[in-house]
Design a protein around this ligand. Structure first.
Ligand code: NAD
Length: 238
């Protein structure tokens, strides 16, 4: 299918990064088996929710900083270099597609990026080092130096609006590809989980690669219920 396709669009979830040491959300030992997610409204309304949110992020810093692209990321980057993949749509926030060789504008991040921070008021970008220094100094999550609104990781929390440009570009890619491959996602977080079906309805063939069953296996042309690194490994370095 990969050899025959002209335009392949991969759609990735946390499962592509588990071999890089970043836990997914819903597997045993995953992030949510330990922490209830903090909703966007809570983050905005409560200083203690912001403090807790940043404490959790700092606790993960060694994991994110040490993570290197895995076989899945490298395989997709090689198909990108070969001209088969125009861009990747990802729910991940870990920056590993960029690290594997995709140009930043070829990574459509539906849920943002956790490797930097942004003011939720004016959008000013901050490096995590700055946030950490301010947190250590004041013992509390900092506000924006320009507009005094809260500073948050540049991710999309539950209850927060989806990024419009990214949703638009993901829609166009899903509707124009001839092969759509969902990789390492439980396909339960909406609206992101709507893209596989959109691609299928627009005439693409749909492949799902995931260790566990997903809710959309029924509509796929092919389901590979196997490890991502092993499945995509043969495409690394092509
Ligand atoms: P999820 O945890 O719901 O599902 C991940 C799926 O990947 C699971 O079904 C699991 O069986 C499968 N999987 C895990 N390791 C695998 C492997 N090696 N081979 C094959 N399958 C494997 O994750 P999701 O669907 O991406 O959930 C969506 C939310 O999780 C997103 O909002 C995303 O922002 C967030 N998230 C991102 C990261 C990251 O950036 N790396 C990590 C955790 C959560």
């Amino acid at each position: 299918m990969i050899a025959r396709a002209n335009t392949i669009v991969p759609f990735t979830g946390a499962g592509i990064s588990t071999e890089c040491g970043i836990p997914d959300f819903r597997s045993p030992g995953g992030i949510w088996t330990r922490n209830r997610p903090i909703q966007f409204d809570e983050f905005v309304a409560s200083q203690s929710a912001r403090d807790e949110s940043w404490r959790r992020r700092f606790a993960m810093e060694d994991v994110f900083a040490a993570a290197k692209p895995g076989r899945g990321h490298r395989a997709l980057a090689s198909l990108h270099r070969a001209g088969k993949i125009p861009a990747v749509i990802t729910q991940n926030i870990d920056n590993l597609h960029q690290a594997s060789g995709f140009a930043p504008d070829c990574v459509i991040e539906l849920h943002g990026n956790t490797t930097y921070a942004r003011c939720i008021g004016c959008g000013q970008v901050y490096q995590l080092d700055w946030v950490k220094r301010r947190f250590d100094q004041d013992g509390a999550a900092p506000d924006c130096s320009a507009c005094e609104e809260p500073v948050k990781t540049a991710t999309i929390s539950f209850g927060q609006a989806m990024p419009e440009d990214e949703m638009q570009r993901a829609t166009e890619l899903s509707q124009s590809c001839d092969l759509f491959i969902a990789i390492g996602s439980s396909l339960v977080v909406w609206p992101a989980a709507g893209f596989p079906m959109m691609a299928k309805n627009s005439g693409a063939r749909l492949v799902i690669i995931n260790r566990e069953p997903t809710e959309q296996d029924d509509i796929a042309d092919l389901v590979i219920r196997h490890d991502i690194g092993e499945t995509l490994g043969p495409f690394v370095g092509n």
